[in-house]
Design a protein around this ligand. Sequence first.
Ligand code: ISL
Length: 544
Amino acid sequence: MKRTWWKEAVVYQVYWRSFYDTDGDGIGDLQGVIEKLDYIKELGVDVIWLNPCYDSPDVDNGYDIRDYYSIMEKAGTFALWQQLLAEVHKRGMKLIMDLVVNHTSDEHSWFVESRSSKSNPKRDYYIWKDAKAGAPPNNWRSYFTPSAWEYDETTDAYYFHSFAVEQPDLNWENPNVRKEIYQMMRFWLDQGIDGFRLDAIALLAKPNGFPDAENPDDIRYLTNNPGIHKFLREMNEEVLCHYDILTVGEAAFVTPKEGLLYVGEDRDELHTIFHFEICDEMPKWDMLRFKEIQQRWYQGLWGKGWNSQFLNNHDHTRQVSRYGNDREYRIESAKLLATMIHTLPGTPYIYQGEEIGMTAVYFPSIEEYKDIAVKNKYTEEVAKGGSPKEVLETLRPLARDNSRTPMQWDDSGNAGFTKGEPWIQVNPNYTEINVEKDLADSNSVLAFYKQLIQLRKQHPVMVYGEYQDVSDGDLHIYAYARTWEDVCWLIVLNHSDCDRSFSVPKEYRNPDKLLLANYPETSFANPLDTILLRPHEARIYAFQ
Ligand code: ISL
């Protein structure tokens, strides 16, 4: 298997608007990221993924770009962004940027021109259709609205948007659009960035002929359509293959077989993807489902393409709340989930705050929620007759705001995130959960993440080792082996609130050492035939 820097890397995702505010406007900024780079470096990570900071009206927190060539004022200036890149590189780290090219803001000059008249040269930069008997051209919904079509009076036509009304989809069938996008990508790569996280990239190709969907609410018809690979191969040929970079595509709803078409080393498209089978199909922990997904993706990609491992990001609620136990076993389960993500095959991603076990948030009313997706869904469901209280209760656990509350630096006001009024409320548990507290504790979640990341640098088995599930019949114990040359690791995880015992397969009963454990003072003596695991206990044993 080809060894590359991005397979060996650990990536840290910085949602800058919630990371650190230096000018007191209550919103994080690029200066704040610069001031916290030593903290990120000391974690031991190799790559920073920066969420979009391009000029934007900010309807969808930067994922509605108005000008690809300038920096959003609330984030800082272009010169400051250049300083951030230089400071990242000075510390021996790399920076990948978010590439949002499925759509733009409705305030982008291209769209302003496109909507101005049917004869405008940029009309076909976007997807316009006439009404069908006075109604939208078909029955598709969008991720954020009941219809994916918005009527525009000026030209008496509808435009298509996969997300918010303010995020019109670009028409990727138009070669002029693709040319403009490739030119913009080269601009950022020539600044010296180290790659892209490609937003909603599987959506670029739309269903031929825009037919009605059988089930408009099953939004998978928007993604992974024929033609997508033609676009990505052209993007690779025109731009990506000319740089030594990491490209990670956001590809919701693809199967391992389809995923391989995006990341196969013989495909000349992308290096790796975020698939979302876990996020979309496991609202809460389901060991069997998780193991089955892992096995399918390992069999689908290993040796042919590369996977990413993550359990949360700015769209998905905090992993320790969703898949762990953020009450009685917050620290243990945060460490257990980290052990799993960092020892499974694929590049591990750390979402800011995960490394100190930050949790989901409980806002009493819809007013405290800021995300357009949640607010639109709440409005939609209440309009359909749902009781506001029940609708909010339903939306709360998976709301994207759960992961967007400010980074908790210390126990001072607003968790040390801002001296101003934070754009979104700080999670009240910041007095107990914060960086400063974890830095002072050698048994903290933060200390554990640093140990895991260091292990990755010292042991290629963590990156390149073959994977084999060696679990026994207990549905709560996940045990697997990673093997590389003459090195073998056994990882044993108890995903439950109870003590459980794991009967060790005979070939793993004599490890040379207990490499890492998430309970301090864990004893070890050979032979291991049965391991007694405490609630949310994780262990890594090494042979050799
Ligand atoms: O996360 C998902 C699958 O589990 C999707 O619902 C997700 O919203 C979709 O894959 C696209 O997300 C990306 O594009 C959106 C933006 O709101 C998200 O923050 C971004 O991650 C539109 O640009």
